[in-house]
Design a protein around this ligand. Structure first.
Ligand code: WT7
Length: 673
């Protein structure tokens, strides 16, 4: 067995996530049951079909799974690589594909969304309801001046109006930019500015951990920083909290949408028309506006949702627990399931409100058959104990999915045994905001599953693991994950920054897409993901940039310098640990109180980025370990944060620094909430 670090020798080499050290010794195998295999949507011949002619394979998927107002005749144009054009001469509308065509096909009475509010309020929207609501909302936002091509920012809790708002934008061809409701006013502001949004759709607030939490004030604060492009703010009343109102700018959703006509003709757009922008953390301080276009994205969203989850739209009840603020919510709450005509559950709240069995109660109540969630949630449930899910009837479940970070074999087998009753396939799905849809995953009726491994590229997808010299590694060895062929739902770029797109993804290994993940091939050639190899952390399946948090820290007047690392955490995968050097006068200002420094800086990061970015620990140090060229050696800091013997420090400009840091650590300083 080769050490992952042998193939990832950069300073930013990944720290193995909990349990991953033992990955390749994992010998348990879970083949699909004959009953499952016999009824599965995807069979093994999908691989040979796709391998025989990848382009034609995708063209057939796109024709089969989508309704085109103008059929395409060209499949892939890669002549201007890495800028791809898929199905470019075809025209279609995303909302029509997600909603209207199901009503036209006679499925208007099928429930599209079972909404479960945190407080227990529920609503069911059929496809006919959705068609009416989306049409009204499209008319309402058009009346507010939104035109095809304009960008709309959406900052909402997970309520049906959020899905309606996204589809209303898609209906008029106005790319949406959803900003996770947990992000700060500061983060919202920078995203609104970068996308030059003309409209912001928000809510007074949402319900979180048993109480109303406000959203509208963050929008007011973001716009107060200056946002010349924004004409209007459309506000859904969800909690009934009092809100400040800017006359002429702010409009209530219930006034505008309820008064609007329910007739709206979806705008046909070109396949390459942008559908959405979604900001994600990169290795620099500035988040990247990843943008996706319509035809290719929808084709792969539908294809993966149908085959990876084995969806049967007439009988399944599907539930993906992601928020619409992340790509998982875009592809596997909104576009994939709705384009496939699925019935799904959406839930506003947290898994432990009002009790730790809430998720399982929801599974039982709606008879959920397919569940898609993140390893961090599974590990949290493991910690709470299996007697909690044991109190509910989970026998409706037939497929379980995992996404967002590597799933350790223990969590995988627990998920299958305790939640899946030892009978359901578990699919570990690897993908990214940039890939738009699932790329590497078992097929539940075909693949003999290995706990902890995403295993194989889906039919139509080509991936490899390369060493530093861009050579594919042999089985049993590790390196960098790359995608070697373009795919329909690939990002089309970084909004407004084509050079950064080329540099970030296409320059490390020319001609290939560099994912930023470390990976290994096992003896069978199956792929095991090992975590990021760049300065990106993964905390509870959410992507955070070390540099972005460092920038937030140094923007505080007390901080002279900061270095942030992702340290292994049993539940969240990684946790943010910050090392800071304080300015001379800061110690005085803080009254030399370590707890005050910690609290102040943690709150500051929450205000600058959002509570998810709050460091678990902030350690005040006198120096940071740097190379002679001035680069911070995060690898050494990670050793400290993970309480390991500090590794090779010979390239440090001043090798005594690590002794100082380690000595400082023996003083009690840590805290967390
Ligand atoms: C990063 C992408 C994909 C939707 C949610 C996250 C990590 C994602 C897996 C998996 C191991 C995974 C990777 C990737 N990741 N899924 N099944 N096994 N790692 O989207 O925020 O764009 O983050 O999440 O490191 O690069 P994202």
């Amino acid at each position: 067995m080769t050490e992952p670090s042998a193939a990832t020798p950069t300073d930013a080499a990944p720290a193995p996530t909990s349990g991953l050290e033992n990955l390749l010794t994992e010998a348990r195998r879970f083949p699909p049951s004959p009953e499952f295999a016999a009824q599965a949507n995807a069979t093994a011949d999908l691989y040979s079909w796709a391998n025989a002619d990848r382009t034609t394979f995708w063209a057939e998927q796109a024709r089969e799974l989508l309704t085109w107002s103008t059929p395409f005749t060209q499949t892939l144009d890669w002549s201007d690589a890495p800028f791809a054009r898929w199905f470019a001469d075809g025209r279609l509308n995303a909302a029509y594909n997600a909603v209207d065509r199901h009503v036209e096909a006679g499925h208007g009475d099928r429930v599209a969304l079972h909404f479960e509010g945190e407080g227990g309020d529920t609503r069911a929207l059929t496809y006919a309801d959705l068609q009416r609501e989306v049409s009204k909302a499209a008319n309402a936002i058009a009346a507010l001046g939104v035109r095809t091509g304009d960008r709309v920012a959406i900052y909402m809790p997970l309520i049906p109006e959020a899905v309606v708002a996204m589809l209303a934008c898609a209906r008029i061809g106005a790319p949406h930019s959803v900003v996770f409701g947990g992000f700060s006013a500061e983060a919202l502001s920078s995203r609104i500015l970068d996308a030059e949004a003309t409209l912001v759709i928000t809510a007074d607030g949402g319900f979180r951990r048993g109480s109303a939490s406000a959203l509208k004030p963050a929008v007011d604060e973001a716009l107060a920083k200056g946002a010349p492009s924004v004409q209007h703010v459309l506000v859904v009343r969800r909690t009934g909290q009092p809100v400040e109102w800017t006359e002429g700018r702010d409009v209530w959703w219930h006034d505008a949408v309820e008064a609007a006509s329910a007739q709206h003709a979806p705008v046909e757009v070109e396949a390459e028309h942008p559908l959405f922008i979604l900001y994600t953390s990169g290795t620099t301080g500035k988040p990247k506006g990843i943008f996706h276009t319509t035809g290719g994205y929808l084709a792969q969203a539908a294809y993966t949702h149908l085959n990876v989850f084995d969806l049967k739209p007439e009988t399944d009840v599907y539930w993906c627990t992601a928020d619409i603020g992340w790509v998982t919510g875009h592809t596997y709450v909104v576009y994939g399931p709705l384009v496939n005509g699925a019935t799904q559950v959406i839930y506003e709240g947290t898994p432990d409100t009002p009790h730790r069995g809430r998720w399982w109660e929801i599974v039982q109540k709606y008879g959920v058959t397919i569940l898609y969630t993140a390893p961090t949630a599974i590990r949290t449930c493991m910690k709470w104990g299996e007697e909690i899910p044991g109190q509910f009837d989970l026998s409706s479940l037939r497929v379980l999915g995992s996404v967002g970070e590597p799933i350790n074999p223990e969590a995988w087998t627990w998920y299958r045994r305790v939640i899946g009753g030892d009978r359901t396939p578990v699919v570990d799905t690897w993908w990214q905001t940039e890939t738009g849809a699932i790329m590497i995953s078992p097929l539940p009726g075909v693949t003999e599953a290995k706990p902890g491994s995403a295993q194989v590229p889906l039919p139509g997808i080509a991936a490899d693991v390369l060493d530093d010299d861009a050579k594919p590694v042999p089985n049993g060895a590790g390196g960098y994950l790359v995608l070697t062929e373009p795919w329909p739902s690939m990002l089309r770029g970084i909004w407004g920054d084509p050079e950064r797109y080329k540099d970030t993804y296409w320059s490390r290994f020319p001609g290939m897409y560099f994912a930023g993940d470390g990976a290994k091939k096992d003896e069978d050639g199956d792929i095991w993901l090992l975590g990021r190899v760049d300065d990106v952390m993964n905390v509870s399946g959410h992507r955070l940039s070390t540099t972005e948090i460092e920038s937030a820290l140094v923007s505080h007047p007390w901080v002279a310098e900061a270095a942030v690392v992702g340290a292994t955490d049993e539940t969240t995968g990684q946790a943010v640990v910050a090392f800071v050097i304080l300015r001379g006068d800061a110690t005085e200002a803080a009254g030399s109180d370590a707890a005050t420094v910690q609290q102040t800086l943690r709150d500051h990061v929450a205000r600058e980025i959002g509570p998810i970015a709050k460091p678990r620990q902030i350690l005040v140090v006198a120096e940071l370990p740097k190379t002679r060229s001035g680069k911070i050696m995060r690898r050494l800091l990670r050793d400290v944060a993970e309480h390991r013997q500090v590794g090779d420090a010979t390239t440090l400009a001043d090798s005594s620094v690590m002794d100082l840091i380690a000595a400082g650590l023996n003083k009690p300083a840590a805290s967390s909430d």
